[in-house]
Design a protein around this ligand. Structure first.
Ligand SMILES: *Cc1c(COP(=O)(O)O)cnc(C)c1O
Length: 370
Protein backbone atom coordinates (compact mmCIF):
# COMPACT_ATOMS: atom_id res chain seq x y z
CA UNK A 1 0.00 0.00 0.00
CA UNK A 2 1.26 3.50 -0.76
CA UNK A 3 -1.11 6.35 -0.04
CA UNK A 4 0.83 9.62 0.26
CA UNK A 5 -0.40 12.46 2.45
CA UNK A 6 -0.80 14.63 -0.64
CA UNK A 7 -0.30 14.14 -4.36
CA UNK A 8 -0.41 16.60 -7.26
CA UNK A 9 -0.43 13.77 -9.82
CA UNK A 10 -4.09 13.82 -10.87
CA UNK A 11 -4.63 17.59 -10.73
CA UNK A 12 -1.36 18.21 -12.60
CA UNK A 13 -2.31 15.70 -15.33
CA UNK A 14 -5.61 17.50 -15.78
CA UNK A 15 -4.06 20.94 -16.34
CA UNK A 16 -0.65 20.15 -17.82
CA UNK A 17 -1.44 21.35 -21.35
CA UNK A 18 -2.97 24.60 -20.12
CA UNK A 19 -0.04 25.24 -17.78
CA UNK A 20 2.47 24.77 -20.59
CA UNK A 21 0.43 27.08 -22.79
CA UNK A 22 0.31 29.70 -19.99
CA UNK A 23 4.06 29.36 -19.55
CA UNK A 24 4.71 29.90 -23.25
CA UNK A 25 2.48 32.95 -23.34
CA UNK A 26 4.36 34.65 -20.50
CA UNK A 27 7.72 33.46 -21.85
CA UNK A 28 7.02 34.92 -25.28
CA UNK A 29 5.68 38.19 -23.83
CA UNK A 30 9.20 39.01 -22.53
CA UNK A 31 7.52 40.73 -19.53
CA UNK A 32 7.91 38.84 -16.26
CA UNK A 33 6.98 41.18 -13.38
CA UNK A 34 3.82 43.31 -12.86
CA UNK A 35 2.23 42.73 -16.26
CA UNK A 36 -0.93 41.49 -17.91
CA UNK A 37 -0.93 37.98 -16.42
CA UNK A 38 -0.98 39.39 -12.89
CA UNK A 39 -3.67 41.93 -13.77
CA UNK A 40 -5.83 39.16 -15.26
CA UNK A 41 -5.42 36.91 -12.26
CA UNK A 42 -6.15 39.72 -9.78
CA UNK A 43 -9.38 40.49 -11.63
CA UNK A 44 -10.41 36.83 -11.74
CA UNK A 45 -9.62 36.16 -8.10
CA UNK A 46 -11.43 39.32 -6.94
CA UNK A 47 -14.49 38.17 -8.93
CA UNK A 48 -14.25 34.64 -7.56
CA UNK A 49 -13.98 36.00 -4.04
CA UNK A 50 -16.79 38.53 -4.42
CA UNK A 51 -14.64 41.57 -3.60
CA UNK A 52 -13.68 44.74 -5.47
CA UNK A 53 -9.91 44.37 -5.27
CA UNK A 54 -7.26 41.67 -5.26
CA UNK A 55 -3.56 42.46 -4.99
CA UNK A 56 -1.14 39.63 -5.75
CA UNK A 57 1.88 39.37 -3.46
CA UNK A 58 4.85 37.10 -2.92
CA UNK A 59 3.34 34.68 -0.36
CA UNK A 60 0.81 34.34 2.45
CA UNK A 61 3.08 35.63 5.19
CA UNK A 62 3.81 38.80 3.22
CA UNK A 63 0.07 39.16 2.50
CA UNK A 64 -0.63 39.14 6.24
CA UNK A 65 2.27 41.50 6.93
CA UNK A 66 1.17 44.05 4.30
CA UNK A 67 -2.46 43.77 5.44
CA UNK A 68 -1.53 44.78 8.98
CA UNK A 69 0.82 47.50 7.75
CA UNK A 70 -1.77 48.98 5.39
CA UNK A 71 -4.19 49.32 8.31
CA UNK A 72 -1.62 51.19 10.37
CA UNK A 73 -1.39 48.52 13.07
CA UNK A 74 1.84 48.83 15.01
CA UNK A 75 3.63 49.19 18.32
CA UNK A 76 1.37 49.18 21.38
CA UNK A 77 -1.55 47.62 19.52
CA UNK A 78 -2.96 44.27 20.57
CA UNK A 79 -4.06 41.89 17.85
CA UNK A 80 -6.32 38.94 18.70
CA UNK A 81 -5.60 35.67 16.91
CA UNK A 82 -6.28 31.98 17.56
CA UNK A 83 -3.93 30.12 19.92
CA UNK A 84 -3.82 27.14 17.51
CA UNK A 85 -2.88 28.90 14.27
CA UNK A 86 0.06 28.33 11.97
CA UNK A 87 3.07 30.43 13.01
CA UNK A 88 2.80 32.77 9.97
CA UNK A 89 -0.21 34.57 11.48
CA UNK A 90 1.78 35.39 14.61
CA UNK A 91 4.94 36.36 12.74
CA UNK A 92 3.05 38.96 10.70
CA UNK A 93 1.87 40.62 13.92
CA UNK A 94 5.45 40.64 15.19
CA UNK A 95 6.73 42.18 11.93
CA UNK A 96 4.63 45.33 12.52
CA UNK A 97 5.73 45.34 16.21
CA UNK A 98 2.20 44.83 17.52
CA UNK A 99 1.44 42.38 20.35
CA UNK A 100 -0.13 39.02 19.49
CA UNK A 101 -2.86 38.07 21.97
CA UNK A 102 -3.90 34.44 21.74
CA UNK A 103 -7.56 33.48 21.92
CA UNK A 104 -8.59 29.86 22.45
CA UNK A 105 -10.48 28.15 19.62
CA UNK A 106 -13.81 26.39 19.89
CA UNK A 107 -13.08 22.81 21.01
CA UNK A 108 -15.22 21.33 18.23
CA UNK A 109 -14.65 23.48 15.14
CA UNK A 110 -11.01 24.38 16.00
CA UNK A 111 -11.72 27.94 14.82
CA UNK A 112 -11.39 31.06 17.00
CA UNK A 113 -14.31 31.19 19.44
CA UNK A 114 -16.43 34.39 19.22
CA UNK A 115 -17.15 34.33 22.97
CA UNK A 116 -13.47 34.07 23.81
CA UNK A 117 -12.78 37.02 21.49
CA UNK A 118 -15.13 39.17 23.59
CA UNK A 119 -13.29 38.20 26.80
CA UNK A 120 -9.87 39.09 25.33
CA UNK A 121 -10.71 42.64 24.24
CA UNK A 122 -8.90 45.42 26.13
CA UNK A 123 -8.48 49.17 25.54
CA UNK A 124 -5.38 48.33 23.46
CA UNK A 125 -7.07 45.84 21.14
CA UNK A 126 -6.93 47.09 17.59
CA UNK A 127 -7.72 44.11 15.36
CA UNK A 128 -8.83 40.48 15.10
CA UNK A 129 -7.29 37.92 12.75
CA UNK A 130 -9.75 35.05 12.30
CA UNK A 131 -7.94 32.08 10.69
CA UNK A 132 -10.15 29.75 8.63
CA UNK A 133 -8.25 26.75 9.90
CA UNK A 134 -8.11 23.45 8.01
CA UNK A 135 -10.53 24.88 5.40
CA UNK A 136 -13.52 25.78 7.57
CA UNK A 137 -14.76 29.36 7.44
CA UNK A 138 -14.90 31.02 10.88
CA UNK A 139 -18.21 32.24 12.28
CA UNK A 140 -17.72 35.55 10.50
CA UNK A 141 -21.32 36.69 11.07
CA UNK A 142 -20.74 36.76 14.84
CA UNK A 143 -17.14 37.97 14.59
CA UNK A 144 -18.07 40.97 12.40
CA UNK A 145 -20.75 42.01 14.91
CA UNK A 146 -18.20 41.89 17.75
CA UNK A 147 -15.69 43.85 15.66
CA UNK A 148 -18.23 46.52 14.84
CA UNK A 149 -19.42 46.90 18.43
CA UNK A 150 -15.84 47.29 19.63
CA UNK A 151 -14.51 49.29 16.66
CA UNK A 152 -11.94 46.63 15.79
CA UNK A 153 -10.38 45.99 12.41
CA UNK A 154 -10.65 42.50 10.90
CA UNK A 155 -8.00 40.75 8.82
CA UNK A 156 -9.00 37.27 7.68
CA UNK A 157 -6.23 34.70 7.30
CA UNK A 158 -7.73 32.82 4.36
CA UNK A 159 -4.65 30.76 3.50
CA UNK A 160 -6.38 27.41 4.04
CA UNK A 161 -9.93 28.04 2.94
CA UNK A 162 -10.34 29.63 -0.50
CA UNK A 163 -13.94 29.02 -1.54
CA UNK A 164 -15.40 28.40 1.93
CA UNK A 165 -18.30 30.47 3.20
CA UNK A 166 -20.21 31.78 6.19
CA UNK A 167 -23.80 32.49 5.24
CA UNK A 168 -23.86 34.18 1.85
CA UNK A 169 -20.30 35.55 2.06
CA UNK A 170 -17.10 33.80 0.98
CA UNK A 171 -14.04 33.66 3.20
CA UNK A 172 -11.78 36.55 2.25
CA UNK A 173 -14.69 38.94 1.71
CA UNK A 174 -15.61 39.89 5.29
CA UNK A 175 -12.61 41.68 6.77
CA UNK A 176 -11.27 45.17 6.14
CA UNK A 177 -8.41 43.46 4.35
CA UNK A 178 -7.84 39.75 3.93
CA UNK A 179 -4.76 37.67 3.27
CA UNK A 180 -4.41 34.39 1.45
CA UNK A 181 -1.61 32.04 0.43
CA UNK A 182 -1.15 30.13 -2.80
CA UNK A 183 1.60 27.90 -1.40
CA UNK A 184 1.52 24.79 -3.65
CA UNK A 185 -0.37 22.56 -1.20
CA UNK A 186 -3.18 25.04 -0.46
CA UNK A 187 -6.60 24.52 -2.07
CA UNK A 188 -5.58 27.06 -4.70
CA UNK A 189 -1.86 26.56 -5.06
CA UNK A 190 0.77 28.02 -7.38
CA UNK A 191 3.86 26.17 -8.63
CA UNK A 192 5.99 28.02 -6.11
CA UNK A 193 5.41 30.79 -3.58
CA UNK A 194 2.50 33.19 -4.07
CA UNK A 195 -0.18 35.01 -2.10
CA UNK A 196 -2.78 37.77 -2.33
CA UNK A 197 -4.84 40.22 -0.38
CA UNK A 198 -8.52 40.87 -1.02
CA UNK A 199 -10.46 43.96 0.04
CA UNK A 200 -13.37 46.17 -0.91
CA UNK A 201 -11.43 49.28 0.08
CA UNK A 202 -9.76 51.04 -2.83
CA UNK A 203 -7.39 53.06 -0.63
CA UNK A 204 -6.11 49.94 1.13
CA UNK A 205 -5.68 48.15 -2.21
CA UNK A 206 -3.60 51.04 -3.54
CA UNK A 207 -1.57 51.18 -0.34
CA UNK A 208 -0.72 47.48 -0.69
CA UNK A 209 0.10 47.83 -4.40
CA UNK A 210 2.54 50.55 -3.36
CA UNK A 211 4.03 48.66 -0.41
CA UNK A 212 4.59 45.47 -2.43
CA UNK A 213 6.59 47.40 -5.06
CA UNK A 214 9.28 49.39 -3.21
CA UNK A 215 6.74 51.94 -1.97
CA UNK A 216 6.48 53.19 -5.51
CA UNK A 217 3.53 54.07 -7.73
CA UNK A 218 5.58 55.67 -10.45
CA UNK A 219 8.86 54.01 -11.43
CA UNK A 220 11.82 55.47 -9.49
CA UNK A 221 9.59 57.68 -7.30
CA UNK A 222 9.16 56.30 -3.78
CA UNK A 223 6.28 57.49 -1.62
CA UNK A 224 6.87 55.22 1.35
CA UNK A 225 9.47 52.72 2.56
CA UNK A 226 8.19 49.67 0.75
CA UNK A 227 9.17 46.09 0.06
CA UNK A 228 9.73 43.79 -2.87
CA UNK A 229 6.75 41.48 -2.31
CA UNK A 230 5.38 41.05 -5.81
CA UNK A 231 3.60 38.07 -7.35
CA UNK A 232 5.38 37.25 -10.61
CA UNK A 233 3.78 36.81 -14.01
CA UNK A 234 4.42 33.08 -14.34
CA UNK A 235 2.80 32.21 -11.02
CA UNK A 236 -0.12 34.52 -11.79
CA UNK A 237 -0.65 32.83 -15.16
CA UNK A 238 -0.53 29.36 -13.54
CA UNK A 239 -2.97 30.48 -10.86
CA UNK A 240 -5.45 31.69 -13.49
CA UNK A 241 -5.45 28.18 -14.96
CA UNK A 242 -5.94 26.51 -11.57
CA UNK A 243 -8.60 28.95 -10.33
CA UNK A 244 -11.02 27.55 -12.92
CA UNK A 245 -10.86 24.19 -11.12
CA UNK A 246 -11.03 25.44 -7.53
CA UNK A 247 -14.75 24.86 -6.96
CA UNK A 248 -14.59 21.41 -8.52
CA UNK A 249 -11.53 20.48 -6.47
CA UNK A 250 -13.14 21.77 -3.27
CA UNK A 251 -16.21 19.66 -4.01
CA UNK A 252 -13.99 16.59 -4.44
CA UNK A 253 -12.35 17.30 -1.09
CA UNK A 254 -15.80 17.58 0.52
CA UNK A 255 -16.88 14.25 -0.98
CA UNK A 256 -13.75 12.52 0.30
CA UNK A 257 -14.31 14.09 3.73
CA UNK A 258 -17.85 12.71 3.70
CA UNK A 259 -16.44 9.20 3.16
CA UNK A 260 -14.05 9.67 6.08
CA UNK A 261 -16.91 10.94 8.26
CA UNK A 262 -19.02 7.86 7.48
CA UNK A 263 -16.30 5.26 7.74
CA UNK A 264 -14.66 6.64 10.90
CA UNK A 265 -17.86 6.96 12.90
CA UNK A 266 -17.48 5.28 16.31
CA UNK A 267 -14.00 3.98 15.55
CA UNK A 268 -11.94 3.94 18.75
CA UNK A 269 -11.93 7.37 20.42
CA UNK A 270 -11.73 9.19 17.09
CA UNK A 271 -13.29 12.64 16.87
CA UNK A 272 -14.16 13.67 13.29
CA UNK A 273 -14.52 17.32 12.19
CA UNK A 274 -17.48 19.44 13.31
CA UNK A 275 -18.80 22.20 11.08
CA UNK A 276 -20.35 25.29 12.66
CA UNK A 277 -23.91 26.30 11.82
CA UNK A 278 -23.96 28.66 8.84
CA UNK A 279 -20.39 27.81 7.78
CA UNK A 280 -18.86 25.60 5.09
CA UNK A 281 -15.63 23.60 5.08
CA UNK A 282 -13.47 23.03 2.00
CA UNK A 283 -11.19 20.48 3.71
CA UNK A 284 -7.76 21.84 3.00
CA UNK A 285 -7.01 19.26 5.70
CA UNK A 286 -9.07 16.41 7.11
CA UNK A 287 -8.12 16.42 10.77
CA UNK A 288 -9.14 13.79 13.31
CA UNK A 289 -8.34 13.65 17.02
CA UNK A 290 -7.35 10.65 19.13
CA UNK A 291 -5.46 10.14 22.39
CA UNK A 292 -3.44 7.44 20.59
CA UNK A 293 -2.28 9.88 17.91
CA UNK A 294 1.44 9.09 17.92
CA UNK A 295 0.90 5.31 17.91
CA UNK A 296 -1.71 5.62 15.15
CA UNK A 297 0.56 7.76 13.03
CA UNK A 298 3.38 5.21 13.38
CA UNK A 299 1.04 2.32 12.52
CA UNK A 300 -0.26 4.10 9.39
CA UNK A 301 3.25 4.99 8.31
CA UNK A 302 4.32 1.34 8.59
CA UNK A 303 1.35 0.42 6.36
CA UNK A 304 2.41 3.01 3.76
CA UNK A 305 -0.11 5.75 4.62
CA UNK A 306 1.19 9.31 4.93
CA UNK A 307 -0.16 11.64 7.64
CA UNK A 308 0.95 14.95 9.15
CA UNK A 309 0.33 16.91 12.34
CA UNK A 310 -1.08 20.45 12.02
CA UNK A 311 0.47 21.60 14.28
CA UNK A 312 2.61 19.80 16.87
CA UNK A 313 3.61 22.90 18.87
CA UNK A 314 1.21 25.84 19.41
CA UNK A 315 2.72 29.32 18.84
CA UNK A 316 2.78 30.26 22.55
CA UNK A 317 5.12 27.32 23.25
CA UNK A 318 7.47 28.02 20.34
CA UNK A 319 11.00 29.03 21.29
CA UNK A 320 10.60 32.18 19.17
CA UNK A 321 7.77 33.39 21.44
CA UNK A 322 9.17 32.62 24.87
CA UNK A 323 9.46 36.38 25.54
CA UNK A 324 5.66 36.61 25.69
CA UNK A 325 5.90 34.71 28.96
CA UNK A 326 3.44 31.90 28.34
CA UNK A 327 4.00 28.35 29.53
CA UNK A 328 2.48 24.90 29.22
CA UNK A 329 -1.09 25.21 30.50
CA UNK A 330 -1.56 28.79 29.26
CA UNK A 331 -3.85 27.69 26.40
CA UNK A 332 -5.15 24.24 27.18
CA UNK A 333 -7.44 23.83 24.16
CA UNK A 334 -4.64 24.62 21.72
CA UNK A 335 -2.31 22.31 23.63
CA UNK A 336 -4.81 19.45 23.63
CA UNK A 337 -5.27 19.86 19.86
CA UNK A 338 -1.53 19.83 19.31
CA UNK A 339 -1.28 16.57 21.28
CA UNK A 340 -4.19 14.76 19.65
CA UNK A 341 -4.70 15.99 16.07
CA UNK A 342 -3.78 14.01 12.96
CA UNK A 343 -4.31 15.06 9.34
CA UNK A 344 -5.27 12.20 7.01
CA UNK A 345 -4.51 12.02 3.27
CA UNK A 346 -6.82 14.17 1.14
CA UNK A 347 -6.32 15.77 -2.28
CA UNK A 348 -8.30 16.36 -5.46
CA UNK A 349 -7.95 13.19 -7.49
CA UNK A 350 -7.60 10.89 -4.48
CA UNK A 351 -9.74 7.81 -5.14
CA UNK A 352 -12.68 7.10 -2.83
CA UNK A 353 -11.31 3.55 -2.53
CA UNK A 354 -8.08 4.96 -1.10
CA UNK A 355 -10.06 6.92 1.47
CA UNK A 356 -11.94 3.78 2.48
CA UNK A 357 -8.63 1.93 2.75
CA UNK A 358 -7.21 4.57 5.10
CA UNK A 359 -10.30 4.23 7.32
CA UNK A 360 -10.04 0.42 7.26
CA UNK A 361 -6.42 0.58 8.33
CA UNK A 362 -7.35 2.97 11.17
CA UNK A 363 -10.02 0.48 12.30
CA UNK A 364 -7.43 -2.28 12.26
CA UNK A 365 -5.23 -0.18 14.52
CA UNK A 366 -7.99 0.37 17.07
CA UNK A 367 -8.99 -3.33 17.07
CA UNK A 368 -5.41 -4.26 17.93
CA UNK A 369 -5.35 -1.56 20.66
CA UNK A 370 -8.60 -2.33 22.47
C1 LIG B 1 0.21 28.60 4.69
C2 LIG B 1 -0.30 29.55 5.69
C3 LIG B 1 0.20 30.86 5.81
C4 LIG B 1 1.44 31.33 5.11
O1 LIG B 1 1.46 31.20 3.75
P1 LIG B 1 2.88 31.18 2.96
O2 LIG B 1 2.44 31.39 1.55
O3 LIG B 1 3.49 29.86 3.22
O4 LIG B 1 3.69 32.30 3.46
C5 LIG B 1 -0.40 31.71 6.69
N1 LIG B 1 -1.42 31.32 7.47
C6 LIG B 1 -1.91 30.05 7.42
C7 LIG B 1 -3.05 29.69 8.29
C8 LIG B 1 -1.36 29.13 6.53
O5 LIG B 1 -1.84 27.89 6.51
Amino acid sequence: MNIPFLSFKQSNDLIQDQILEAFKKVFDSQWYILGEALKDFEKQYADFNGVNHCVGVSNGLDALHLSLKSLGIGEGDEVLLPSNTYIATVLAVSFVKATPVFVEPDRNTYNICPNNIKKAITSKTKAIIPVHLYGQCCQMDEIMVIAKENKLLVIEDNAQAQGSACGPGLSGSFGDVNATSFYPGKNLGALGDAGAITTNDETIALSIRTLRNYGSQKKYFNHVIGHNMRLDELQAAFLSVKLKYLNQWNLERQQLAEIYNDTLKEVGDIVTPTIAKNCTHVFHLYVIRTKLRDELQKFLSEKGIGTLIHYPVPPHLQEAYQHLGYEKGSFTVAEELADTCLSLPIWPGMKPDQTVLVSKTIKEFFISHS
